[in-house]
Ligand binder design. Structure first.
Ligand SMILES: Cc1cc2nc3c(=O)[nH]c(=O)nc-3n(C[C@H](O)[C@H](O)[C@H](O)COP(=O)(O)OP(=O)(O)OC[C@H]3O[C@@H](n4cnc5c(N)ncnc54)[C@H](O)[C@@H]3O)c2cc1C
Length: 395
């Protein structure tokens, strides 16, 4: 379907990004898959190309371009020509904005330039061994010790956990309130900040996902990000964008899986004809094309709404829910159409299938998305008055 949201400049940017992905990322994909982590160098190269934190002000080295469509292009090209474990957007739009929007002038000047150049890689630590969907259940705590906070606790499943130089860590700062938490920037090398294993996963093999431990880490007062005890609400503020990032990626992966499969079914023969000629194949492909096009249209509308500052939490949840579930259906059908080849690691569809399983779980699971959407349509058992939406949307 002809998409209407990109201008000529976006398309020129797309060409440059495609070139970058094909030359600087894809050639390393198999090695990264084996080693379980991408090279730091990938971020430095992306920084040199101006692909990191494009929204950041020029005085911090950025391009001062907040238009989300550029990030969309990056995600789409990475999904098709780069590597799924190269978490560019986690750095750019999921964690970076915490510093960009909540940081003081001093903090922005201190951290953003190296995030833009790729010298500093970003991660966010919310999930703990005992609390994932239920963010308000976290136990990591930070105590005010006068000139610093004393941070104790642990995080798990943290993307970029091994590579990260700066981690935005959510910690409890008010023991008397379920939502009494704050955000802290923990820096590589701080005493008591340890990393655990690079966790072995079903998919996304080239992405480093790690446990983080904080044992009496003295976090300077200047590393508190945003307002004290408002961390939970700060997190809520960024969730819509996080879910949109996911949705853009899930549609992009579905599109790439579709195209790969289209090529395969035209080449592969059985019973004297192309796999593509069986009615079952044609109908499967037709159904997928329909789903993907419809999903793309909704996601593109969400991108435009986000650019206008109008993307609602429930629309972002709908986009994330639908596209992640669709991606699961698409990659599953594509593996089936590949036959045994689809089960072989050397065929890209095999990795796409394994990678896609997490899309319905992280950044808010499908169940959590349904909860948010149900509340938005007035089905909220916690409220006497229907039609109101709670802020407590992480759970
Ligand atoms: C590869 C990977 C990367 C990740 N990256 C990060 C990261 O960078 N930073 C970070 O902080 N976290 C990260 N996570 C953690 C991720 O966000 C959590 O795994 C996710 O939020 C789910 O939490 P959980 O694993 O504790 O599952 P649980 O919360 O224990 O959920 C278990 C099941 O119960 C369901 N459930 C929970 N609550 C409800 C409810 N209210 N109603 C109905 N069903 C419910 C869930 O949907 C799920 O099916 C990552 C995880 C993975 C696997």
């Amino acid at each position: 379907m002809n998409r209407k949201l990109f201008d000529e400049e976006h398309e020129m940017f797309r060409d440059a990004v495609r070139n970058f992905m094909q030359n600087e990322i894809r050639p390393h994909s198999d090695r990264w898959h084996e080693q379980g982590i991408v090279d730091r160098d990938a971020f430095l190269k992306a920084g040199k190309q101006g692909l990191l934190l494009m929204w950041a002000d020029e005085k911090y080295g950025g391009s001062g371009v907040p238009d989300f469509r550029y990030e969309q292009v990056l995600i789409e090209e990475n999904a098709r020509y780069g590597d799924a474990g190269f978490f560019l957007s986690l750095h750019n739009r999921l964690v970076g904005p915490y510093i960009g929007e909540l940081g003081t002038e001093e903090q922005k000047a201190r951290w953003l330039p190296k995030c833009v150049s790729g010298e500093h890689i970003l991660a966010v630590g919310i999930t703990e061994p005992g609390a994932g969907s239920d963010v308000a259940g976290i136990r990591t705590k930070a105590e005010d010790k006068g000139d610093h906070y004393l941070l104790n606790g642990s995080k798990t499943y943290i993307s970029n956990g091994i590579l990260a130089d700066l981690v935005v860590v959510v910690a409890r700062t008010d023991q008397n309130s379920r939502h009494g938490m704050s955000l802290f920037v923990v820096e590589r090398g701080m005493e008591g900040f340890e990393r655990g294993r690079n966790l072995k996963k079903m998919g996304l093999k080239s992405q480093d996902t790690a446990e983080l431990f904080f044992n009496n880490v003295k976090v300077p007062k200047e590393n508190l990000l945003g307002e004290l005890n408002r961390g939970f609400y700060h997190l809520m503020h960024f969730l819509a964008e996080e879910r949109l990032l996911g949705a853009v990626g899930y549609v992009a992966t579905s599109n790439a899986a579709f195209d790969i499969t289209m090529n395969y079914i035209k080449d592969r023969k059985a019973f004297g004809k192309s796999i593509a000629d069986f009615q079952n194949t044609r109908f499967k492909m037709a159904s997928m094309r329909t789903e993907i096009d419809v999903a793309q249209t909704f996601v593109d509308q969400c991108v435009l709404a986000h650019n206008e500052g109008n993307l609602s939490a429930d629309d972002a949840a709908k986009a994330k829910l639908f596209t992640s579930e669709m991606e699961g259906r698409v990659v599953d059908a594509c593996v089936q159409l590949h036959g045994g080849a689809g089960y072989m690691d050397e065929y890209p569809i095999c990795r796409m299938y394994l990678n896609a399983r997490i899309s319905r779980i992280y950044a808010g699971s499908s169940e959590v998305m349904r909860e948010i959407i149900a509340r938005s349509i007035g089905l909220d058992p916690r409220k006497k008055k229907p039609g109101t939406i709670s802020n407590d949307q992480a759970a």
